[in-house]
Design a binder for this molecule. Sequence first.
Ligand code: ZN
Ligand code: ZN
Length: 306
Amino acid sequence: MSSLPIYGLVGLPLAAVILVAYQAATGDVSMFNVIMCLVGVVLTEFGITFAYHRMVVHKAFEAHPVIKAITLAFGSMAFQGPVLHWASVHTKHHAHSDQEGDPHSPTIGGFIHAHFEWLLEMNSKELDTVVEKWGTRYKKDPMLVWFTSTFLFWALLSLIIPAVLGYMVGGWHGAWTGFLWGGLVRIFISSHVTWSVNSVCHFFGSRTYTTTDMSRNNPIVGLLALGEGWHNNHHAFPSSAVHGLAWWQIDPTGFMIRLFERIGLVSKVTRIPESLMQKRRIDSQHTALNVQTLALTEEEEVLEEA
Ligand SMILES: [Zn+2]
Ligand SMILES: [Zn+2]
């Protein structure tokens, strides 16, 4: 991966959004395309949150091989890179969160840097180094290696499917607008939603639990990113399958994990004991002095060792 495709990844979806906004202003917009775009956002975003993030990186649960494969395919279709690369970068983020070495920290590099500038700056050699250091345990899983080697196929398939569906509905014009909405506009929305977890959720929002970073719980990103916006909860308890730890913190990915667990498609779901949550809650007892000692929980140590 070099910088040029990354510039394309950031620039082309933006150009498509401007184009479809112009088309919509002239009356050229269909409900079919809008729905296809939103369904695409939810499915590929779910691939990232369920498979790439909670299942692969944090081992928050184990999924039936079929569910694992389907959701890894959705994750690959999100155009956020092969699973091995995504997982390695995210592992590094947890190990150095908001400290020197964090690939995307708004408190160190600034908001725009954390949102997507870091992607433009990271060349393929640096990415290889990150995978080399942080990706060892992922390379041991043959399915992750296979999805990494076939990434381009899934990524291209996610552009072809909406074009074909668009063609079936509206001929060649339908294929073009289907490609724009279900392909590029869908990538634009899901990319910015995921990037917001890295930028917004280390900058804007509330903190419920003690952590060594600036992670925040942000309700808007919480909802848009299918539960990933409860990011302070996540940094406090990285291995928790559910990120919305309070009853009112909507976490669609956590809901699906529990649903899959109930019907036997997911097992070994990690739940955080109430006593541990209580211990880490920010209150009058937790002064700035003891935050550091409380922050590195056993599970974070396990993550760093991995
Ligand atoms: Zn974070
Ligand atoms: Zn994480």
